[in-house]
Design a protein. Sequence first.
Length: 50
Amino acid sequence: MRPDLVRFAHWLARDRAIAEDIVQEALLRAWRSREALKDPSAARAWLLTI
């Protein structure tokens, strides 16, 4: 899943280092809000919205 997130962030930011930072921040926010994820099968879509 992480490679998909980095690819999406790179598409948005157009910079690999910034994309890595974006993904790291998104994963940290996801971890802190993990109880908000009601359906684990929707994790990918949920992460892409963070």
